[in-house]
Design a protein around this ligand. Sequence first.
Ligand code: ZN
Ligand code: ZN
Length: 265
Amino acid sequence: MSDNIHEVYAVCYATHGRKRSENYIFGDPHDEMTSISYYVWVIKGPHGTFVVDTGFDEVAARERSRMLLHPVGEGLKALGVASDKVEHVIATHMHWDHAGNYDLFPNARYHIQDAEMAYATGRCMCHQMLRIPFSERDVHAMVSKVYAYRCEFHDGTDELAPGITVHKIGGHSKGLQCVRVKTKRGHVVLASDCIHLYSHIDEGRVFPITYSVGDTLEGYKTLQKLASSRHHIIPGHDPTVLDLYPAANAELKNWVCRVDVEPKV
Ligand SMILES: [Zn+2]
Ligand SMILES: [Zn+2]
């Protein structure tokens, strides 16, 4: 592996059935049942292992009626990543489905945008509608990490290691950030919830949970600038990611795939 070239994996851990119309502001004329998938992502390279987001655990899955398929720790283990050895976790944002499992990485530093921490702990959380995607437990856990000197704050764009940068996008959550990774096929952008599904960016549509529609739409342009092509953008919840990209190995089919290689398009 040459300098600054990384392997990138999408680790699926849960699924949820929902009507297609629930995925878009203004709904969708095709009102059939569909599903969304839940992922964390792993970046492996010459600068160590970076885990992007921490998912949710069984308790949270039960509370919000989601189907946990493989606990996050198991997915990481299957990839040869011992969670207690991970030194860097990138928190794209603090929504409950991205910021749980907070004891899984006891030795990691957490990279988060200033704006996200301010949003999750400030006046906007006095509004029920904005609070829905946050879990008080997760936010408390992140505050504890701040006081334990385990958070690294970023404001806008920052380089975490050569070939790995974070970029504030906002929109869906006020301090949402994406991650740009240099790979052998070019720059892959882990969009997390900057786009939940490919259809959001392809059709200029917006997921209903949104702090700012304007910033969400502008974010689509930024993602396109950051990624080597549209096929280098990895959405946060699209089930087709597991079909488009090859499994990390035969045993991990429909569970963990490699997104630093060309998709089957
Ligand atoms: Zn989110
Ligand atoms: Zn999400």
